[in-house]
Write a protein that binds this ligand. Structure first.
Ligand code: NAG
Length: 508
């Protein structure tokens, strides 16, 4: 390559290994002899070695990838070689990397380069299979990340990276070869938690994580993936680099490099807030003029009283429902309902109950979707979500009946079940059949009583039904001698609803 073909020159980005320095040094000298201008940046951001008397210096690890990205973006901007080299070198001084692994890498045809027992992991290893600086017992992801970052920032270490509250950093979570994305992202989450706060979804996020223990560092950019691996090593490395405006814009700059990921954080900022339940609070206008907030009339407090007593009734049935589920399913129907009820009770305790019907149902749907889990969680969530629109504007008894109808239709549509299939639809539809003939709004409590009774009868009758949908359909029919637990739960719910409203009747 002559100077004509590249008047600007060549930047060598070299990891700090003796052999690399020597060989790239040789290449640089040869190029210079040919009249090519060459600059060399040595990456040495390894934070593993903690004492100065080691003969080997700091190695170049995954941070090299960040240096490549930054230098590449500057080159694309046609910056001068000298300036690119300076900026790249300053980036090197602003970063640190530490790795941890559950295994060594194995060269093809040879065994692992060193041995780790199943209960051991090693901190601070290199990417060529060099053993690390510290062997330790396997820890949880959170504890591991803590140990890594504490080592990286240890004031007693000569190779430490200074990171403190108020700093803005890029975080790179790198797969050393044999780590799954699942594990990688667990580590990433732990690192984000420990380092501090995501400025973007900070407010909600911190309510849920223990920010008090974190270092108060802002993570301006986060990347997870396989950037610099060591064959099959089952480990990860964390790289932290201080950000300034230029480094950030270089990281963000467009690239055609296929392996460069989108920063995880720009995705996170697009995520709906974790507390989507909160969004339903207040029920502001839905955009088509149906402003539904009617706060101040005590609606939400009486709703929360009703909800609480329904939840308590279901919680009391936890063991019974589990027992019913043992023959048909995996014996957790009661526990699943209990989990949902506890989440709802927690929600009502925070005073988050909206004043309007659809807000209430959507709020409940969000809580159950998030915390109840399983098919039941999805069914209830679906029911409540579909039931919400009819009670958006008015919450008269007949609107509630419409809501139940809409919920039932959604369950039929997406669940593929119908009446008689031995599911929660049996009591639900039986109840609806009573309610749909409601002709006087004043008499709604009587209808609700009839509906609760009908639901109980229908739930009991599932005992004799062949399961054609749901989990019980996978079970041989001879084993089904009990009523369907999901159906019993719905009947319990309706009975509790009626009994509570009977004690303190008011328009629901
Ligand atoms: C690179 O490693 C050598 C030892 O091989 C060490 O003396 C030197 O300080 C290291 N370079 C940097 C920039 O840390």
């Amino acid at each position: 390559m002559g100077q004509d073909s590249n008047p600007v020159g060549v930047l060598l980005i070299v990891k700090n290994y003796t052999g690399d320095r020597l060989n790239f040094g040789l290449a640089a000298e040869r190029a210079r002899a040919e009249g090519i201008s060459v600059a060399m940046v040595v990456v040495a951001e390894d934070c593993a070695l903690s004492s100065p008397d080691k003969t080997a210096g700091r190695r170049g690890l995954c941070g090299t990838v960040l240096v490549h990205k930054i230098a590449g973006a500057l080159a694309a901007e046609s910056k001068a070689l000298k300036e690119i080299a300076e900026i790249a070198s300053s980036a090197v001084k602003s970063m640190g990397t530490i790795g941890v692994s559950l295994s060594a890498c194995s060269l093809p045809g040879r065994g692992p380069s060193f041995h780790l027992d199943a209960h051991e992991m090693e901190l601070g290893l290199g990417i060529h299979g060099e053993a690390g600086v510290k062997r330790m017992e396997v820890l949880s992801a959170d504890e591991t990340v803590r140990a890594m970052l504490d080592h990286m920032t240890d004031p007693k270490s000569d190779s430490r990276l200074h990171v403190g509250a108020g700093d803005n950093v890029a975080l790179m979570v790198n797969n050393l070869g044999g780590t799954s994305y699942l594990e990688l992202n667990i580590i990433a989450r732990a690192a984000v938690d420990y380092l501090g706060e995501l400025d973007l979804w900070l407010a909600n996020y911190c309510l849920h994580s223990c920010c008090d223990e974190s270092k108060g560092v802002t993570i301006g950019r986060a990347y997870t993936g396989t950037f610099m691996s060591s064959l099959d090593m089952a480990g990860v490395s964390l790289t932290v680099m201080h950000l300034d405006q230029r480094r950030t814009s270089c990281l963000d700059a467009d690239t055609s490099a296929p392996a460069w990921p989108r920063a995880a954080l720009s995705c996170i900022s697009d995520r709906p807030s974790e507390l989507s339940v909160e969004d339903t609070k207040g029920c502001t206008s839905t955009g088509d003029g149906r402003s539904t907030s009617r706060s101040g009339d005590g609606t939400s407090s009486s709703w929360s009283r009703v909800i609480e007593s329904v939840c308590k009734a279901l919680l009391e049935k936890e063991c019974e429902l589990n027992a019913l589920d043992t023959s048909a399913g995996d014996g957790d129907c009661g526990s699943t309902h209990a989990r949902g009820c506890r989440a709802i009770l927690k929600w009502t305790a925070t005073g988050g109950i909206p004043d309007c019907g659809d807000g209430l149902l959507l709020g409940l749907a969000a809580v159950l979707e998030e915390h109840m889990g399983g098919t039941s969680g999805a069914l209830y969530s679906l029911f409540l979500t579909a039931a919400a629109p009819p009670v958006c504007e008015y919450t008269t008894p007949s609107r509630w009946v419409c809501a139940i109808q809409a919920g039932i239709e959604a369950i039929k549509r997406y669940g593929g079940a119908d009446v008689g299939d031995r599911t929660l639809l049996d009591p639900l539809c039986a109840a609806y059949d009573e309610l749909k003939s409601l002709n006087s709004e004043d008499d709604w409590l009587t209808y609700l009583g009839n509906a609760a009774k009908a639901a109980e009868v229908a739930a009991e009758r599932t005992r004799h039904m062949v399961a054609r949908a749901g989990r019980a359909s996978y079970v041989g029919r001879t084993r089904l001698v009990d009523p369907d637990p999901g159906a019993v739960a719905v009947a319990t719910l309706l009975r509790a609803l009626h009994d509570t409203l009977l004690l303190a009747p008011r328009t629901p």
